[in-house]
Design a protein around this ligand. Sequence first.
Ligand code: ADE
Length: 415
Amino acid sequence: MEYDIADLDLAAVGARRMAWAGRRMPVLGTIRERFRQEQPLAGRRVAACLHVTAETANLMLALRDGGADVVLCASNPLSTQDDVAAALVEEGIPVFAVRGEDNERYYQHIHAVLDTKPDITMDDGADLVTVLHTDRTDLEPIGSTEETTTGVIRLRAMAGDGTLRLPVVAVNDSATKHLFDNRYGTGQSCMDGILRASNVLLAGSTVVVVGYGDCGRGVADRADGMGAKVVVVEVDAVRALEAAMDGYQVLTADDAASVGDVFVTVTGNKHVLRDRHFDRMKDGAILANAGHFDVEIDLPVLVARAAERRPVRENLEEFVLEDGRRLLVAAEGRLVNLSAAEGHPADVMDMSFSDQALAAEWLVKGAGDLKPGVYTLPGELDQEVARIKLAHLGGGLEVLTEEQVAYLATWKEGT
Ligand code: ADE
């Protein structure tokens, strides 16, 4: 079996972490059990490009138990948990991922998983699909799945200009994914990453959240809950208004730059913190990115301007500017929750990765009938995932009476 990982000796530690995550993923566990019996992915090859974490490992096991031949590479050079990669290899699943790999090796790994000629590809950020449309147009998977908002934006752009050549399930658009993973997952894991990198006290500090989508909201909520004064920067007037009515101060990036102690970018766009903002920031300001790509903070400019650059802690670097101010950047501007912490907790990845498993099954069932395009999973699957999760949280679900069902179906009964 071919693979490329940091160190196979880490497997025992990785296996323990995988098992712990698995215990907190009851929905995926239920699907895995059904997959074991029904073998919906029998004979299918799945190539996944996801963050190589303990949670992803549990998804890989569920797909394998459903009959698939699975192979995994990283969707970010700095998010790989090397112990988990080793444990998966011990499980017989080929992994091509090494934490800290350079760009060349990152793409070698993407090509390595595509060399298996997959029937299904799974992306977090659309890197596999992009390569399927550039270097590997020879391959014809039946479909693909996409985990994240940024990837879905890329895919919709491809569908919009007519270049998308395969059906892709936007897993991110399932309610049980984005309403929970993006909000509660990003909120918690992002604060976790910032705190592991810096260990600063949030109470009484000013946290500037740039972007108020589902992820930004989650970050703002958690920062607020830890006693920070939260400032939101937004370009969309409706979202900005929501932030204002959620109780946050809404400022332009220029104005926010001079008041922030901690900055978190969560926009999916590039250079949202750039030269003009660096000019205004306070000495000691901490900059972190929670967006998918490392483009949100204009790091090249900071590097070019810095008289000095030095590591101050693990995952925290200091840039000393010409005027003596020190700006600190967490995890090289890569997504801080996965680079400086462990990513979202298993409890929430449970739903996201259940949606991924169901998406793979859905693509196999629809093979041959689905035209190229971006699809959302049927609402019943969201309901199924939410029902199982709620039951595990100890919640009870009310049901409509027959009278209520009839009432909802009529337009004649007004009162
Ligand atoms: N994205 C965010 N958190 C993650 C995790 N724990 N595993 C895989 N992908 C993630």
